[in-house]
Write a protein that binds this ligand. Structure first.
Ligand code: TYD
Length: 138
């Protein structure tokens, strides 16, 4: 999916079931996110000052959530860049395929949860920025 832009990526408010015993946020495939969820992974114990990401995916759709703490995601479609700070467990960022992402500014204790539309597939990654630009412009 190379004709996507950062305008196709958006911050969404997830359902929040407030309760004096503690709040709950459910996420269901095809209901709260526009895809079936085939994989979940989380990033944690990120040392201060470290960056993650720095790649794009050809087909993978993702919802990224800050389950705890905060971090910044910078999206790049080869033409424009936009940064989002995630810091609420009931908000998520939908990232469509064909978008380069850099992750940084992880707070102490930050937990990034990713819900993904596909199983892990290294062939779906574009790991060199130059290759990404060629892919977008091909
Ligand atoms: P990667 O997606 O490159 O993380 P980041 O871009 O944030 O640095 O993944 C890091 C390593 O983890 C890489 O060797 C592949 C492996 N990995 C899996 O085995 N399964 C997964 O679902 C993910 C996301 C990564």
């Amino acid at each position: 999916m190379k004709n996507t832009t950062i305008e196709d990526c958006k911050l969404i408010d997830l359902r929040k079931i407030s309760d004096p015993r503690g709040n709950l946020t459910p996420i269901e495939g095809k209901i709260d996110v526009p895809f079936e969820i085939n994989r979940v992974y989380y990033l944690y114990d990120v040392p201060a000052g470290e960056n993650r990401g720095a790649h794009a995916h050809k087909e993978l759709q993702q919802l990224i959530i800050a389950a705890n703490g905060s971090f910044t995601i910078t999206l790049d479609d080869g033409e424009q860049r936009k940064s989002f700070t995630l810091n609420r467990p009931y908000q998520g960022l939908i990232i469509v395929p064909g978008i380069w992402r850099d992750l940084g500014d992880f707070s102490s204790g930050a937990v990034l949860v990713c819900l993904a539309s596909e199983h892990y597939d290294e062939d779906d990654y574009i790991r060199e920025y130059e290759d990404f630009l060629n892919y977008k412009h091909s």
